[in-house]
Design a protein around this ligand. Structure first.
Ligand code: TLP
Length: 358
């Protein structure tokens, strides 16, 4: 039977790059995957994916996990002890969108700092690291995000990441990278993802976002960390059996879908440039570096939610992330013509709303 197209068919879906559907090559690879029981570590396709992920990030080992959230939370759990603090950015995914799991599962406290475009300064991290005084809460982990989702897909500069990691290492504090979109950063910078991952003790990246796989993320790091991560994954209920059917799609994602992320970045830039010319909306398009466009609704009497609602009526989906901000994410299921159509509709509806008597 032919795969069914979901109810979003025909819509321009800019809510997230997670909405990408597996390609024909992925579906074929999934059907043909050689599998085994991965809890016994007997799934050859999963092992192949883990080896490929370790190689691509330049780490000793890797572990396949069902979601980015689980990958991040496993890292938090392995690196910290209850009662410690995790330094992270105020708008980071680990802090805002993982439902306080670090507190629930690992008993640690977030120590959120405000970054510039999501990028933490070396100085702010240096100041936030607790001195080793026995009665003070201790810093157990630092977690950075690259690209930074809610700051608008911004790239964490390589030199800043290296300095923060060196500072942390000198005090024996591990640094984890939430690299859900690490490959977007690497493609945009034309750098090897391993180079971006190098200073970090552990890295999580997702296959299920712009890379287009239906499910899955990888955590990568030293062999000892991954051994422990394997136990924590099982404890979290993430021990999967014939997961090779999923890993097979992930292998195709890594082999075929990395370089094309550049197209998504060009489309995002086009979207941002178009938005910057629409009255009532505001964006610094020069800040759009990858596939995420966060723009501000500045027009009187209309909220981000209303803009998203009106856009939706005309077949374009996006997310209101607060009262004034809208997020639109480009990916391979939306081509340049789709971006142009989304822009034309947005311009029309903003024009209409400006003309509306208040
Ligand atoms: N991000 C999703 C939503 O949860 C917001 C999206 O649509 O962008 N780290 C980062 C930086 C992420 O953006 C996400 C997902 C995750 C981790 C978690 O990945 P999953 O959804 O696989 O748990």
């Amino acid at each position: 039977m032919a795969p069914t197209q979901e109810s979003t068919a025909g819509l321009i879906d800019l809510r997230s790059d997670t909405v990408t559907r597996p390609t024909a090559a992925m579906r074929r690879a999934m059907a043909e995957a050689e599998v085994g029981d991965d809890v016994f570590r007997e799934d050859p396709t999963v092992r192949r994916l883990e080896e490929a992920a370790a190689a691509r990030t330049g780490k000793e080992a890797a572990l396949f996990v069902p979601t980015g959230t689980m990958g991040n939370q496993i890292a938090v759990n392995v690196w910290t002890r209850p009662g410690q603090e995790v330094i992270l950015e105020e708008r980071s995914h680990i802090f805002n969108y993982e439902m306080g799991t670090m507190a629930v599962f690992s008993g640690v406290l977030p120590r959120p700092l405000r970054g510039d475009d999501g990028v933490l300064s070396v100085e702010s991290v240096r100041k936030a690291i607790r001195p080793p005084v026995y009665y003070l809460t201790q810093t157990g982990l630092i977690a950075l995000e690259n690209t930074h989702n809610m700051a608008g897909g911004t790239i964490f500069p390589v030199s800043g990441a290296e300095t923060i990691c060196a500072l942390a290492r000198a005090q024996r504090i591990p640094v984890h990278l939430d690299g859900a979109r690490l490959f977007n950063a690497a493609v945009a910078l034309r750098r090897d993802p391993a180079e971006l991952a190098r200073p970090f003790d552990s890295v999580m990246f997702c296959l299920s976002k712009g890379l287009g796989a239906p499910v899955g993320s990888l955590i990568c790091g030293p062999a000892g960390f991954i051994d422990e991560a394997l136990r924590v994954r099982k404890r979290m209920g993430g021990g999967m059996r014939q997961a090779g059917v999923l890993a097979a799609a992930g292998l195709v994602a890594l082999e075929e879908n990395v370089e094309r992320l550049a197209e998504d970045h060009q489309n995002a830039l086009r979207l941002a440039e178009g938005i910057s010319g629409i009255r009532g909306l505001s964006i610094q398009s020069a800040r759009v570096q990858t596939n995420i466009v966060v723009f501000e609704v500045v027009g009187d009497g209309i909220t981000a939610k209303e803009v998203v609602g009106l856009w939706k009526e005309e077949g374009v989906l996006a997310l209101a992330i607060d009262e004034t901000q809208v997020r639109a994410v480009t990916h391979y299921d939306v081509d340049r013509a789709g971006v142009e159509r989304a822009l034309a509709i947005l311009a029309k509806l903003m024009h209409r709303s400006a003309a509306r008597p208040s």
